[in-house]
Write a protein that binds this ligand. Structure first.
Ligand SMILES: Nc1nc2c(ncn2[C@@H]2O[C@H](COP(=O)(O)OP(=O)(O)OP(=O)(O)O)[C@@H](O)[C@H]2O)c(=O)[nH]1
Length: 602
């Protein structure tokens, strides 16, 4: 066996490891489809440059593909092998996107808001009042890597420095008539003749041989107009030279010290001044006391805390049902009703009552007895679906498509996943495929900054399938390990949603028949029974291969995960119990069951 093709499984979230030969399409995946890399692009793993965002927009046209192909590829999503091919990792970029545009290209410098400078005399070692605010932007341009790192992220904490962000937009035009589609849906075959351009993060547009050098003295906007680029639409290059403002991450990043070691007390102290002899400086201003760092709860404690409402509601009702009561038919029926109302599902409710009846029929029963049996039965239902998310890194990138209804936590979950992967040393790219909401794109950019991931985005309303295709190509060229694609969730507009998701899946399969390699659906626990139906719909549309349930914190409806597991039997990879970057953990059947049933850890 050739050494370079030894593959391993990287089981993301859990410890499972297995081996599997590399898929044959990898060779094809490596085939450069674009022009040779410009000399200015370093070979090997490109260091992620802090805070830079490159936005390109291109057109993509693809070959005819049938819905069957797309569905087949979507179905073929079982996690397979992953390998960290270090040899391959050291290979340079063999291609960079060629750019074609017949209209103007713009570069926008979206610097951060100007910093507020202290008044004259207060700034030690700095300029006096009136110092031009623009100096900040210049500084950022000169040292983007440093500038882009969020202040609370410890330098060197993550292996990929900076947060190079590329934003590309692409359009993919279908060339297949409606009617070839399976099950009455559109055949949205895409013929992506992808054209993309990528600007060097320093703004050196000449990195691409097709592009003229930017005149550094000129206004960025319009500097590239009337080039010989051929594209169907305008190409806009966003150069965001500074990190987006984000909230502090103290204690949020995996591996960060807990308890506020990053939070140095910020006391308001007047700068020392030279006073004439006979005077003494005094500072009467009240000093702000830094809040005492809160001890951070373990994941298990947070899970328990998060599921406390579900659990207390359930156990409270059970306790009142079984007060001084022998177990009879009526009590069993009441219990079954209660469990069904708690969203556990009919199947699981019957399992619990059957087991209880077989153990305690005609005897005294306490709420604790019921909770114990309930925990055991729920564990049995959940254990088969509590699986790790297997990443096949031989694909490079392993493509994860994230789907789900609006607000179920797709973007947030992508950020949390990116943090885990990036924190483990993997090179992550995220794609802002929710092109219908400006806020979703911005939100993902912030997460990319936080997690030191690259980001591919386009302007609002751009074709999501084109963007996905474009991102996949770029992720290949950049040798990203994982590409995570966000999507818009619009259940209320089902036909359009179905068509778009099917198209994204189909277009990705053009580049790799196995892609997307994972289709993750996020489910909002607070929606209760509605989540069951959502899985049904997205499973059919996008070939969902696994679930992540979010917002288990504070809901009384956490039982729905049990009903979904019993019905759909789809793997549940992770659960979310908060909005923080580390509020996502692998799903553990027993922990979850015991937390819901309100029994002490076994
Ligand atoms: N409490 C809690 N909030 C969460 C969790 N996951 C996500 N959220 C919040 O839920 C809201 C919606 O999350 P998003 O990530 O924007 O959801 P989305 O599915 O991308 O939404 P669209 O972009 O509208 O499709 C945000 O305010 C998140 O912070 C979680 O596990 N717990």
């Amino acid at each position: 066996m050739a050494i370079g093709f030894i593959k391993k499984i990287f089981s993301f979230g859990k410890d499972a490891v297995e081996e599997k030969p590399a898929p044959p399409q990898e060779a094809a995946a490596e085939t450069p489809e674009t022009a040779a890399i410009p000399p200015s692009v370093p070979s090997g793993d490109l260091p992620h440059k802090g805070g830079d965002q490159i936005a390109t927009e291109a057109t993509a046209e693809g070959d005819r593909t049938t819905i069957e192909e797309a569905k087949a590829s979507a179905d073929d999503l079982s996690g397979s092998l992953s390998a960290e091919d270090t040899d391959a990792r050291s290979e340079g970029f063999e291609a960079s996107p060629t750019i074609a545009a017949d209209e103007s290209v713009r570069i926008e410098d979206e610097s951060l808001p100007r910093p507020i400078f202290p008044p004259a005399g207060e700034k030690t070692g700095g300029a006096e009042a009136g110092e031009p605010a623009s100096e900040h932007a210049e500084t950022l341009d000169d040292d983007k890597g440093a500038a882009a790192i969020p202040p609370s992220v410890p330098s060197g904490h993550l292996p990929h420095k900076g947060g190079e962000q590329m934003a590309t937009g692409a359009t993919a035009e279908d060339d297949t008539a409606i009617g070839e589609a399976k099950a009455g849906t559109d055949d949205l075959a895409v013929s992506p003749e992808l054209t993309a351009r990528e600007a060097d993060t320093t703004g050196d547009v000449g990195a691409s041989p097709d592009l003229p050098k930017e005149d550094p003295g000129a206004t960025r906007e319009g500097a590239l107009e009337n080039t010989d680029l051929a594209a169907d639409e305008n190409v806009t290059v966003h150069e965001e030279s500074a990190a987006m403002p984000i909230s502090p991450l103290a204690g949020e990043m995996p591996g960060r010290a807990e308890g506020g070691d990053a939070a140095e007390p910020q006391l308001s102290v007047a700068p020392a001044r030279d006073l004439p002899k006979g005077f003494a400086a005094s500072d009467q201003r009240p000093r702000e006391e830094a809040p005492a760092p809160q001890p951070k709860l373990s994941w298990y404690q947070r899970l328990r805390q998060g599921l406390a409402r579900t659990s207390s509601q359930l156990t409270g009702q059970i306790a009142s049902l079984f007060t001084k009561r022998k177990l009879d038919e009526a009590t069993l029926q009441d219990l079954e009703d209660l469990l069904i109302q708690a969203d556990l599902g009919v199947e699981t409710a019957m399992r619990i009552t059957d087991t209880l009846a077989s153990e305690r029929y005609g005897k005294d029963v306490t709420g604790d007895d019921v909770s114990r049996i309930m925990a055991g039965e729920i564990t049995k239902v959940l254990a088969p679906v509590a699986k790790p998310l297997e990443l096949d890194l031989s694909h490079r990138p392993h493509v994860i498509l994230v789907v789900g209804v609006n607000g179920t936590g797709k973007t947030t979950t992508i950020g949390k996943l990116a943090a885990k992967l990036s924190g483990a040393g993997l090179k992550v790219m995220v794609a802002a495929g929710d092109t219908f909401r400006a806020a979703a794109i911005e939100q993902l950019k912030i997460w990319a900054e936080r997690t030191k991931s690259e980001i591919v985005s386009s302007k609002l309303g751009a074709d999501a399938a084109g963007l996905a295709y474009d991102a996949f190509q770029l992720a290949r060229e950049k040798r990203s390990d994982v590409l995570i694609i966000d999507t818009a969730g619009r259940l209320q507009n089902k036909a359009e949603l179905m068509a778009e998701l099917e198209k994204i899946v189909r277009v990705l399969a053009k580049l790799d028949p196995d892609a997307p390699h994972t289709v993750l659906q996020t489910l909002d626990a607070t929606t209760g029974q509605n989540a069951l139906q959502q899985v049904e719909i997205f499973r059919n549309v996008a070939g969902v291969s696994g679930l992540i349930m979010t917002k288990l914190d504070g809901t009384a409806r956490g039982g729905i995960l049990v009903a979904i597991s019993a019905k759909h039997k789809l793997p549940v990879y992770f659960i979310g119990v908060g909005e923080g970057i580390d509020d996502l953990e692998p799903f553990e059947a027993r922990d979850f069951a015991e937390a819901i049933a309100g029994v002490a850890a076994s």
